[in-house]
Design a binder for this molecule. Structure first.
Ligand SMILES: Nc1ncnc2c1ncn2[C@@H]1O[C@H](COP(=O)(O)OP(=O)(O)OP(=O)(O)O)[C@@H](O)[C@H]1O
Ligand SMILES: [Mg+2]
Length: 248
């Protein structure tokens, strides 16, 4: 038996690549192990569906009502093979109460998903919000995504501290969009990364074909497995699966 894991991809800074990393890491894990599901847990500004060609859906986490729906019917099987619980991109005019209700159902959704999957990867929203807190309450582990800029590292540090407040084990850092800054600044980044005091799980380069993979509605790792972006995430995906099988 495998050790089941719920892993959140976090940083309260917007735009660092949480969604791109979530999609590609989940798909990388899925290449090695079938029972993986990606949950778009960004309720108000969800982008997983937008990146995978299904921005509009009624089978969303937001619309989920535990008593009337079978979770199996809600999980979307993407053409890449990856299983995804999507969220709906349509503009919201729901009341705060409705959103709060939905957040409470997150626990039920996860209970149901755990019957079907061993690894649940959560894409999370930027900013500190009740949305992010509810996700942190249900996960076991988190990976913080940072870039080579001070703001993303500062928010990364804040996110790590927040996660720890909810007893989430932050297993490490992914340095994403690497290579767009000069060497001098990279030295400083190394110091600040050391300040985060977490293992660097992957260094994922900036790749100008990411936009093209979004246009093709596919994870980048499915299109270009031999690029260094993919090699890093395939290596990490393999490690996460193998590690949790080893200790089962
Ligand atoms: N390694 C990369 N190389 C090139 N572009 C990237 C890379 N990672 C992410 N991007 C691009 O950066 C932008 C932001 O990425 P993404 O939406 O994944 O960030 P995010 O952290 O999820 O943002 P938000 O906090 O708003 O949800 C997107 O246009 C995406 O295509
Ligand atoms: Mg996102």
């Amino acid at each position: 038996m495998v050790l089941k894991k719920k892993i959140a991809i976090i940083n309260t800074k917007g735009g660092v690549g949480k969604t791109i990393i979530s999609i590609n890491l989940a798909k990388a894990m899925h290449n090695y192990y079938e029972k993986v599901v990606l949950v778009d847990a960004n309720i108000l500004t969800p982008h997983v569906g937008a990146y995978l060609g299904k921005p509009i859906t009624d089978n969303s986490l937001f619309r989920y009502v535990i008593n009337t729906e079978n979770i199996k019917n809600l999980v979307h099987v993407h053409k890449s093979g990856l299983h995804v619980l999507l969220n709906d991109l349509r503009a919201r005019h729901d009341t705060y109460d409705e959103i709060s209700y939905n957040l409470r159902t997150l626990h039920h959704v996860i209970d149901e998903l755990e019957k079907l999957y061993d690894f649940i990867i959560f894409d999370t929203p930027p900013y500190i919000s009740s949305n992010l807190i509810e996700v942190l309450k249900v996960v076991d582990e988190a990976i913080v995504v940072v870039n080579q800029d001070i703001a993303s590292l500062a928010e990364g540090l804040r996110s790590v501290q927040l996660a720890k407040n909810y007893d989430v084990n932050v297993i490490g850092v992914i340095l994403n969009k690497y290579g767009i800054l000069n060497k001098k600044l990279e030295q400083d980044i190394a110091n600040i990364l050391a300040f985060l005091d977490l293992p660097v799980l992957a260094v994922v380069p900036y790749h100008n074909k990411i936009a093209q993979s979004i246009k093709k509605q596919q994870p980048f790792v499915s299109l270009h497995a031999n690029k260094s972006f993919s090699k890093e995430l395939l290596r990490l995906g393999h490690f996460l699966v193998k590690y949790n099988l080893k200790y089962s």
